[in-house]
Structures are given as C-alpha cells and as structure tokens.
Design a protein around this ligand. Structure first.
Ligand code: OAD
Length: 266
C-alpha cells in the first residue's frame, strides 16, 4: 500500500477501518497535546527539562519521595486544568459504536476515561474505557499494602511529613503509575496483546513508539496480517510498518477519520 498523504490517505484509512470487525488503538502523549498536557520527547517535552532517573524510578522515590511527589503534583495540577479534546472524543464515539474497539493507552492523564464518560452520557462507558498500560496519575496506591484509590485533589508536598499516607497501614502513598525499571501489570498487558492479536487494524495515535512493551502492541496486529494506521504529525520508528501514515494533529485527524464510519462488515 502507498504512503500517500492528504485526502486520499484518509479515505483509504476509512476504508480499512470500515471493513474491520475489531480495531485496537494504541495512544500516547500526542493525543493529549491539544488538551494542554505536555508530551515527553518533543521540543517542549518533559524529558527535555527533567531526567527520568531523578523523578520516575523507584530509586528516586526512595531517595527523595518529597521531590518525586512535588513533580507529580505539578503534573497533576496541570492535568486538573485539562479537558478531553476532539481526538479523545472521536475515539470514545468510535469505541461506543458497533465494532469491537479496545483503546490501549500509555497515558496516565485519565482523559480517555473522562471522554468515555462524557460521550456515553447516561449510557454505559465501559467499551470506551482504556487499558492504562502505565497506570494513572489521578490514582494513588500504598507502597506497602494493596490499598489503591482514585485521587484528584491537591496533595501537599511542602515537607516529607505532609506526604499522603495509607489509611489502612500508615505507609507512604505513591502515584499509581509505572516507573522506569518496574513491570507493567501482567493482566493489563496480556489483555492489550490479546486485543492487538484479534484486530484487523491497529490505530497508533500520538506516540513516538519508543517505549517497550507498549511499542510492541501494533507489531502483534501486524504480525497477524493486520494493518497499522498511524496518526502523528511527524514520522516515528513505526512509520515504516504502517500501511498509512496520516500526518496531522489527532484532534483534527481523528474526527475526520472515525466519525460516520459504516457499521463493521457492511
Ligand atoms: P512521546 O513524547 O515520546 O511522543 C509523543 C508523540 O506524539 C510524538 O511522536 C509526537 O510527534 C506526537 N504528537 C505531538 N503532538 C501531536 C498531536 N497533536 N497529535 C498527534 N500526535 C502528536 O510520548 P509517548 O510515545 O506517549 O512512560 O511516550 C511513551 C512513554 O514514554 C510515556 O508513557 C512515558 C514516557 O517516558 C512512562 O512514564 C513509563
């Protein structure tokens, strides 16, 4: 298949999606960029001004939990002011339609879930709820026991004594995210790979596809004979495997790509 751009590529991509019974979506930071959430590796990306080793590892948290919490609280504060954009909403509408769609995200911002609930209204949002490979920044969990809860309200990081503690065992709470050097939840990962395996198309949106094992999700669809469609303003390491690369911002491309698609198999 050719990698032509513009309207022709969009129509080809709609054709592939229209004939697919099952679609897997892998999303990354780029899908939330238009909501105001910073990406990681772009010009203004978080890893340009911060070192992952100082802030996003279990060692960093053991060394200086206050500093790590301060950084996460800064990100949580930014995210509290962000709403889902038309890209999140188009994905949610698509997943709530007749096809089997599984949204797999590397994002920890909770915006796919917010879009799912908003679009579903009084209906059931669950088909559009994402598998969160890297956890969620709007949840906390205990560093010792199994306590885990949604948590959006501000956390005081002024002193180590102010940091939140577990109501069950009094140990320190931490953001419920996956840090570098930690394993992803095996059940979540297995579900993501199963979704990729049974899908005829993997739609890859707003990710540099550099972080494993997330970046392998589209490869599973590809190895099973399925297509990869990429939505990203710039080429990525996955572009060479993509049947179609739609070069644009996901908030604009996704509604044009997904809205009004024919029912699966028609
Ligand atoms: P990156 O920051 O690596 O990549 C973001 C991608 O989004 C880039 O390819 C951009 O070109 C693209 N992009 C930017 N604006 C866009 C827009 N409006 N529409 C569509 N695409 C856009 O972020 P991720 O690939 O998500 O992990 O990073 C993966 C993981 O690396 C993150 O989950 C995080 C990070 O370290 C952990 O924290 C464990």
């Amino acid at each position: 298949m050719t990698k032509d751009n513009g309207a022709q590529a969009l129509e080809k991509a709609r054709g592939l999606l229209a004939s697919a019974d099952a679609v897997c979506v892998l999303s990354g930071a780029g899908v939330s960029a238009e909501s105001g959430v910073p990406t990681f590796r772009g010009e203004d990306g978080l890893w340009q001004s911060h070192s992952p080793g100082d802030l996003a590892t279990p060692q960093a948290f053991r060394r200086d939990s206050r500093l790590v919490w301060e950084w996460y609280e800064w990100r949580r504060g930014k995210i509290r002011g962000c709403r889902p954009n038309p890209g999140h909403e188009a994905l949610a509408r698509f997943a709530l339609g007749t096809r089997t769609v599984r949204i797999v995200t590397q994002n920890v911002d909770g915006l796919h879930e917010e879009a799912a609930r908003r679009v579903a209204g009084s209906g059931d949002p669950s088909p559009a709820l994402p598998l969160e490979l890297h956890g969620s920044i709007v949840r906390v969990r205990c560093t010792r026991c199994s306590y885990k809860v949604p948590h959006r309200n501000p956390i005081s990081t002024a002193t180590p004594e102010n940091l939140p503690s577990c109501p069950v065992c009094s140990a320190l709470l931490r953001p419920d995210v996956v840090w570098f050097g930690e394993s992803l939840d095996p059940a979540v990962l297995a579900e993501a790979f199963q979704a990729a395996q049974r899908s005829q198309v993997c739609l890859v949106v707003g990710t540099s596809a550099l972080v494993q094992p997330a970046a392998s999700v589209p490869l599973v669809t590809h190895e099973g004979g399925g297509y990869i469609i990429e939505v990203n303003p710039t080429p990525t390491s996955l572009s060479r495997l993509a049947s179609l690369s739609l070069r644009g911002a996901s908030g604009q491309v996704l509604p044009a790509l997904l809205d009004g698609l024919a029912t699966a198999g028609t």
